[in-house]
Design a binder for this molecule. Structure first.
Ligand code: PMP
Length: 431
């Protein structure tokens, strides 16, 4: 992809890489990147690494996606920023229309655009509070919703992202999730009634503005709830005037094999939060939902200087065109078939791989001590390090640090996917 630059420039970059490593910058293992695309990251030393992680931010279209490059280049030459509320532009409206069309639910919708996933989650909660006139919000065990103050509050206690940053926002309550590997095999209906009775006991519906949940939990460990769990929660929310918010920041935009994961779990959220894959890696996020809920806040109550910036909006239009024209949801399902086949063989061969789970191209393995079933975070870190040394970038996750997640960009070709999975199998066997 790139030829490494020899001489002083290369040394300068190598120094910066060493500084980044020393400062602990980067997830799991830092890759000081100079180029990325087609499922490959090129580091400062000229190494090409197979990229099983960057799907988390650029999702389907991958880095350097041609339509995105072209659209952003043209926009940067035209104008980089007005402010949608001061001098509106078409691309914002077109992104909102696309979101209204693509998200589940056959009803009148509106979308509002923001910069980050956390900001969109904050705004979804603001909108739900305004609409209902109530304050309380329920989030779930193992949840991750961001790093701003409100979203840290929504994020589960047992995530590492909160230590030392309190006090957190008030009126947030927590309910138990459906986590089939670790909740004694509760059915979806059983796990939902456990959650609902906890909610009714702790807060009750009368002051409850919203329930927020990730259809498949991301940072918490790619936890796929048992069938029926999400629809039962939604039914309860609908029956009690509680706004049902799906955080699809990680699952949205073809990643799970459908445009949105909600479609696969039989839910039609009142509000859907999206980010990450929406704009090919540019900072954009959105709240999309029922028009009557979205219209509740006063004009000027939502938004900010950069929300729905024109560069991000044209990138989103290019990304959305790519998802649709190239049917990247179907590609995510093909990638998922390969992931499940190869990782399933690994699970069958090695008792430390307790489970392979996920949907489409959002798949993970959970590593345990086979004698006790206890999470094995040390083994997980060892596997990630060994894979990295052999040229594959992996991300770990999970409340207990024992989950390896596979999120290749959907632009990755099969041969790199297979090669990378073989490297992972060797890394597990050798760890
Ligand atoms: N919600 C979920 C489900 C996420 O995975 C993330 C990011 N990992 C966020 C919200 C926050 O998004 P951002 O980092 O863009 O603020």
């Amino acid at each position: 992809l790139v030829t490494p630059i020899p001489g002083p420039e290369s040394r300068k970059r190598a120094e910066r890489k060493a500084q980044a490593v020393a400062a602990g910058v980067g997830t799991t293992i830092p890759v000081y990147t100079v180029a990325a695309g087609g499922g490959v990251l090129v580091d400062v030393d000229g190494n090409s690494l197979i990229d099983f992680g960057s799907g988390i931010a650029v999702t389907g279209v991958g880095n350097a996606a041609p339509r995105v490059v072209e659209a952003v280049s043209a926009q940067v030459a035209a104008f980089t920023h007005t402010c949608f509320t001061v001098a509106p532009y078409d691309s914002y409206v077109e992104v909102a229309e696309a979101l209204n069309r693509l998200t589940p639910g056959d009803f009148a919708k509106r979308s509002a655009l923001f910069n980050s996933g956390a900001e969109a989650v904050e705004n979804a909660v603001k909108i739900a509070r305004h609409y209902t006139g109530k304050q309380a919000v329920v989030a779930f065990d193992h949840a991750y919703h961001g790093r701003t103050n409100l979203t840290m509050g929504l994020t589960a206690k047992n995530q590492p992202y909160k230590n030392g940053f309190g006090p957190f926002a008030p009126e947030i309550y927590r309910a138990p999730l459906s986590y089939p590997l670790r909740d004694g095999g509760l059915s979806g209906a059983e796990a939902a009634s456990r959650a609902i009775s906890m909610i009714e006991k702790q807060v009750g519906a009368s002051n409850l503005a919203a329930l927020i949940i990730e259809p498949i939990q991301g940072e918490g460990g790619f936890i796929v709830p048992a069938d029926g769990f999400l629809p039962a929660l939604q039914q309860w929310a609908n029956a009690n005037g509680v706004v049902f918010i799906a955080d699809e920041v990680q699952t949205g935009f073809a990643r799970t094999g459908t445009m949105f994961a909600s479609e696969q779990f039989g839910i039609v959220p009142d509000l859907i939060v999206t980010a990450k894959g929406i704009a090919g890696g540019l900072p954009l996020s959105a709240v999309t939902g029922r028009a009557e809920i979205m219209d509740a806040p006063q004009v000027g109550g939502l938004g900010g200087t950069y929300g729905g910036n024109p560069l991000a909006c044209v990138a989103a239009l290019a990304a959305i065109e790519t998802y649709e024209r190239e049917d990247l949801a179907a590609r995510a399902r093909q990638i998922g078939d390969i992931l499940f086949e190869k990782l399933g063989a690994l699970r069958d061969a090695d008792a430390r791989v307790a489970e392979v789970r996920g949907r489409g191209a959002m798949v993970a393995i959970e590593l345990v001590d086979p004698a006790t079933g206890a999470p094995d975070a040390a083994l997980t870190a060892k596997v990630a390090a060994a894979a990295h040394a052999a040229g594959v970038v992996l991300l770990t996750c999970g409340t207990y640090g024992n989950v390896i997640r596979f999120l290749p960009p959907l632009s990755i070709p099969d041969h790199l996917l297979i090669e990378g999975l073989d490297v992972v199998a060797e890394a597990v066997a050798g760890a």
